[in-house]
Design a protein around this ligand. Structure first.
Ligand SMILES: Nc1ncnc2c1ncn2[C@@H]1O[C@H](COP(=O)(O)OP(=O)(O)O)[C@@H](O)[C@H]1O
Ligand SMILES: [Mg+2]
Length: 356
């Protein structure tokens, strides 16, 4: 897909911005605090329902404003054009597709695939498990229609069991919710496993191109409960302990995966730069898999690209990006020489964006 036009109201430093984008690479260049990251956040929020920057959703709201809105006109590989809209105010979220309100954020997010590499992306490798589960589930959500209903049933059963653990209900009430949890957990686990199996060769290919010095990547998945035991029996056996904790410990909400290498058998042994390149490989592999499965390439946002990569790695990445029909939005304080000639360039200053 391609972002044809992006309209932003009252998000971060943008009071009102309306920018028409070209196909291929669109580079956004400007000084510190100009609004480059905010622009990418606006595109990203349509695809994830949150920012990639840490902090509360409220941080996106422009100071002294009461609601922010992002509209995007997107064109899919089929030629279909859609208008997506997302508003956030004191009452919550409102999402629209082609002008019609949709009941859930997921109903809008499902149309919009934006993947972002940015200065915080090393957390995908070295940070908390939650980052990795989000990465995994976003990928699965976009390529497996079963994911959303299964995930919703799982969350509901988990909430019910947690309420029971906190003393709301009879002990006899546990079993049906534990069975439901276990059943949905098996489905979730299967979907996630299948996704990572498909991601693995693409990831190997990217790591081979971007970080060959580390050796062949090893992707390891943990489902969130012991491998040999069905989840309902784990849950039955852990009621007393979970009651003391006040929540359910085992299950797919505790899943994790790791990426290691022969030259770095634990993630703690990766340098910051290597962790970034590993994260970039994961994100580009996710984009490749999305493309393969949906026939519609995800938009790639690359925040502060040149400051994150050295010249050789930057050349390798730009080479890779130029060779595909992907919409790529890199930002930087200057235009990276590798991008000169290959990109449509926009200047960003004080929350305004102009083609150069
Ligand atoms: N909620 C907000 N309201 C108003 N301005 C904000 C808000 N959040 C951030 N800013 C400001 O927006 C500007 C652009 O930030 P950012 O997009 O991170 O810049 P860049 O990536 O170009 O360095 C900064 O001056 C920042 O202080
Ligand atoms: Mg920035």
């Amino acid at each position: 897909m391609q972002l044809v036009r992006l309209v932003i109201d009252d998000l971060r430093c943008f009071q009102h911005l309306d920018v028409a984008l070209r196909s291929g690479i669109n580079a956004f260049v400007g000084g510190n605090g100009a609004g480059k990251t905010s622009l990418l956040e606006a595109a990203y929020v349509l695809s994830h329902g949150r920012s990639f920057r840490a902090g509360a959703a409220e941080a996106l709201l422009r100071r002294s404003a009461t609601a922010w809105t992002v509209h995007a006109e997107i064109r899919h590989a089929t030629g279909q054009v859609q208008l997506l809209g997302l508003t956030r105010d004191a009452e919550g979220w409102r999402a629209r597709v082609d002008g019609q309100p949709v009941a859930t954020l997921a109903a809008m997010i499902g149309h919009c695939a934006v993947i972002c590499f940015e200065p915080g992306s090393h957390a995908l490798i070295a940070g908390p498990a939650e980052e990795r589960r989000r990465f995994l589930d976003w990928g699965v959500f976009h390529v497996e229609h079963d994911f959303q209903p299964v995930w919703r049933r799982y969350r509901r059963a988990l909430r019910q069991r947690n309420a029971l653990l906190r003393g709301m209900g009879e002990a006899d009430d546990h079993a049906p919710w534990e069975q439901e949890l276990a059943q949905q957990a098996e489905s979730l686990d299967g979907l996630r496993r299948r996704y990572l199996d498909a991601l693995e060769p693409l990831l190997a290919d990217l790591c081979g191109a971007l970080i060959p010095e580390l050796g062949a990547p090893i992707l390891h998945y943990r489902r969130g409960w012991p491998a040999e035991e069905p989840l309902d029996s784990v849950l039955r056996g852990s009621r007393a302990r979970d009651q003391a904790l006040g929540h359910t410990r085992a299950g797919p909400h505790r899943a994790d995966w790791s990426l290691t290498f022969p030259a770095a058998p634990s993630r703690a042994q990766l340098s910051r730069g290597q962790a970034k390149l590993s994260a970039l490989s994961c994100l580009l592999a996710q984009a490749d898999l999305h493309d393969q499965r949906t026939g519609d390439a995800a938009v790639l946002c690359m925040d502060d690209l040149a400051s994150e990569l050295d010249a050789a790695h930057l050349d390798a990445v730009v080479d890779r990006l130029c060779g595909r029909a992907t919409h790529v939005l890199p930002t930087g304080t200057t235009l990276a020489p590798a991008l000169a000639g290959a990109a449509t360039v926009f200047h960003v200053e004080h929350g305004a964006v102009h083609p150069v």
